[in-house]
Design a protein around this ligand. Structure first.
Ligand code: ADP
Ligand code: MG
Length: 228
């Protein structure tokens, strides 16, 4: 579904991604971990096609086509969904309009009651409500490739469970996930198939769920030393 080869990308002329190789098959959940500033969010933004992120080398194949040829809108239309680390507020646009159809089942799943439909997108929502809203949007858009950037940040334990349930309900043989996270605890709820550790714009180690446990126990220092 997603095949990234030797991806280099810069922001304002500063190289941030320094040769990423990553392959996500349909149905797989890949977690991306790594210290602050290692380029995790940048990778998500490059995949979504946000401007300011310039690909200087390498290739990205998505569903059999050259992703880099597609505009940000085309990528969204073709099923790329990026959940933001910090969701934006959109005054004046009601959630009803934004989501087109309110899918009550999804809202129930995320324990969001009807009054959220009438609210302006994310305005005055708590951090946890913004994240649940994001998973709701994702559920309605039925994306093929879901990129979730620190969906766990700012969530209390119960909200994290709800968000994880939302993600797990969307797991499907035709859908791939990149879950960017700092914390093993999210991965207790969303069991990844593959875990990657990023450092300095590269994936320096890849393994199974046990790799996330190793990070939780020992931090990144050991792994980074081992691969240095
Ligand atoms: P992570 O999500 O892993 O914490 P980011 O992808 O946000 O890391 O950032 C990686 C590096 O790129 C950081 O050093 C950050 O300062 C830099 N960076 C990210 N966005 C920009 C930008 N718009 N302009 C300049 N530098 C940026
Ligand atoms: Mg980030």
């Amino acid at each position: 579904m997603l095949e990234i080869q030797n991806l280099h990308a810069s922001v304002d002329g500063n190289p941030i991604l320094n040769g990423i190789d990553l392959s996500v098959k349909a149905g797989e959940v890949h977690a991306i971990m790594g210290p602050n500033g290692s380029g995790k969010s940048t990778l998500g933004k490059v995949l979504a096609g946000l401007e300011d992120y310039e690909v200087t080398q390498g290739s990205i194949q998505y569903a059999g086509q050259d992703l880099l040829e597609l505009s940000v809108e085309e990528r969204a239309q073709q099923g790329i969904f990026l959940g933001f680390q910090y969701p934006v507020e959109v005054p004046g646009v009601s959630n009803t309009y934004f989501l087109k159809t309110a899918l009550n089942a999804h809202m129930k799943l995320l324990e969001m009651d009807n009054r959220y439909k009438k609210r302006f997108v994310n305005v005055g929502f708590s951090g946890g409500e913004k994240k649940r809203n994001e998973i709701l949007q994702m559920a309605l858009l039925e994306p093929k490739m879901c990129i979730l950037d620190e969906t766990d940040s700012g969530l209390d334990v119960d909200a994290m469970k709800l968000v994880s349930q939302g993600v797990n309900a969307l797991r499907d043989a035709g859908r791939g996930f990149l879950v960017i996270t700092h914390y093993q605890r999210l991965l207790d709820h969303i069991q990844p198939d593959v875990v990657h550790i990023m450092s300095d714009g590269r994936i320096v180690k890849t393994g199974g769920p046990e790799l996330a446990l190793e990070v939780e126990q020992n931090g990144y220092a050991d792994i980074l030393e081992e691969v240095a």
